[in-house]
Design a protein around this ligand. Sequence first.
Ligand code: PEP
Ligand code: MG
Length: 768
Amino acid sequence: MLSILRNLVQEVNSARDLQEALDIIVSRVQKAMGTEVCSVYLLDPATNRYILMATEGLYRKAVGQVSLAYSEGLVGLVGAREEPINLEDAPSHPRYRYFPETGEERFRSFLGVPIIHHRRVLGVLVVQQRESSRCFDEGEEAFLVTVSAQLAGVIAHSEATGAISGLSLTGEEARDISFNGVPGAPGVAIGTGVVVYPAADLDVVPEKPTDDIDLELGLFAEAVTAVREDIERVANRLASQLRPEEQALFDVYLRMLGDDAMPGEVANKIREGYWAQGALKQVVQQYIRHFEMMDDHYLQERAVDIRDLGRRLLSHLQEGEQKDQVYPERTVLVSEELTPAMLGEVPKGQLIGLVSVKGSSNSHVAILARAMGVPTVMGLVDIPVNQLDGRDLVVDGFEGQIFASPSDELRAYYQEICDEEDELIKGLEVLRDKPCETTDGHRVSLLVNTGLMTDVVRSLNHGAEGIGLYRTEVPFMIKDRFPSEQEQREYYREQLEAFAPSPVTMRTLDIGGDKALTYFPIEEENPFLGWRGIRVTLDHPEIFLVQVRAMLKASEGLNNLQIMLPMISNISEVEESLHLIYRVYHEVREEGYEIHMPKVGVMVEIPAAVYQIRELADRVDFLSVGSNDLTQYLLAVDRNNPRVAQLYHSYHPAVLQALVRIAHDAHSVGKPVGICGELAGDPGGALLLMAMGYDSLSMNAASLPKVKSVIRSVSREWASQLLEDVLLLDSPHVIKSCVDLALRNAGFGRYLRPGRTTPVALVQQAAS
Ligand code: PEP
Ligand code: MG
């Protein structure tokens, strides 16, 4: 059974469109179960009706013609109940509905299972049988449920692909095609999609047409020659070290690159009108599927060789291509997985929006996007990435939604939101040099989180009082090797100088989790619980010492450096780090630098640290809460995983209780405590944190004016009452609503996500 399923999923996965996917499903399932009929009905979001989309056994002419209202017939019943229905004599069921077009009067037994993806019923998969004596047994029911669960994601994806290519299920032309993800960075962008993909990854190459077949043929021929030469070079170099049977492998590779083998097929595809990379992808994937489906283990393994060859050819093709990637004026970058390096490729001023399949609102690339003020939607798991290249897109970073091929009406609607937001931000400029103080005189420091130099410029414009978190891994991430001490010193000096004499808190390298360095890969099963932050740098003192030395030298004459340690879960990590920092401090002074010992603090972002605040505070000068990780670890919700994004809630009562406790315990031993997680930049969150007594709030530059204007308009007493009220509540959603209501009543409704609903007509047209 497992191998039938595996083959089915593979075949469906490689179908070119939704119709082909559905046809494969019905034919394979019918055969595997030995039934007379297998059909798929999909729920059309535009009409809210189930449409017969594919069948094996009913009359083919009924496909696309027969449809049932949402709760009509047995199909509607399966969808409404969201569970299988297995009947021996379907026509005698009160909900049975007869369609003469299908010829189904001949069939008596019925088994229908819902196709559900992310809690949404997409359709119903049905098998039918002529004799009533043949009731589908438990094993068959379980098989169909398994097929349906496995295929739901593929169907959702193909459905989206179909929608994007301009057709709804009913075949009408679609505009305003919407896809839902999670908000990454607030704001709205209206621009053109540019699909970017990690180098040499065949799976994500878009299948674009070409108008210059000769050019593509030439590029491909050059790539084949280059790869052939590479292989010959390696074979010659290793000739003396390999046994003849190992040498033979290179011959196999070279044979595969012969004109009458794979390259010939790719060239034919190019002649059909595909660009070289897309043609290569299609041919290689075909080969891989073919090999993987073979029962012979040796032949299955050959799929790896083909994949490798494909990757080599692609990387040569991309070498030529990268130089001439053109970015339109209003670029919306779209990718399976965005990386900071991709953002850096877009010429200045042209990047207006970001769309990512992977990741969630607390992924680091989303944090970076917020810092840069670029509207972003993450976790769009079902978008057909490859088809968004060159398309008009609207990115709604408030709601976590994108629209492809927007109508004039939708564009105008979103343009108005953009204009309102610009106006709001302009209106806040007057607060720039005003203190962040409540109406009853309580002061809070508003600091910024930075990573790039652009953040610094924006922060100064918004009146930040210092840097509460400089993520030093950002400059590390945009290089292709560890930056040298001198290079680091230059990055750090820029940040320190820009804010002097205000404090600049530099966090030591926090890599691991979702922050990868291409040149220092960390492969782990469970990276967020693995080798991250201080754990890496204490194991690699050569990295830690160089970084601290660069920081200290950069601070000469400015004396505004503070050093912060990430991911602390043990007192011993603090002690070891302090020992290394002191050592470097003395060495740098001995070298003749006029520096002062910086303040050192720790991040509180692991639950264990919450229970050792006093012990930690005794050893350092300050504490700073990393609420992004603290939320993830307290709630056991991966901050990067869109599937559980709705469970990631910084207003969760457990998170709020932890935050109260941290502030209380730090102050009880006389140490200042700040917060540098995203909660600090949320106007409602900032009010609660101010009421808890946090001394400083560090956030992305774009949020700072809004937070300042909210805090300046309320009294601490009012905020303390709000905090007291919400601490009595037990649901994150109720707490959030309660805080939103308080903000609305205080006149800050506009600071929440725009409360307008997209015009109903527009949403209804949307295919997802
Ligand atoms: C945090 O965890 O809240 C934090 C500020 O650090 P980062 O988001 O970089 O992990
Ligand atoms: Mg963190």
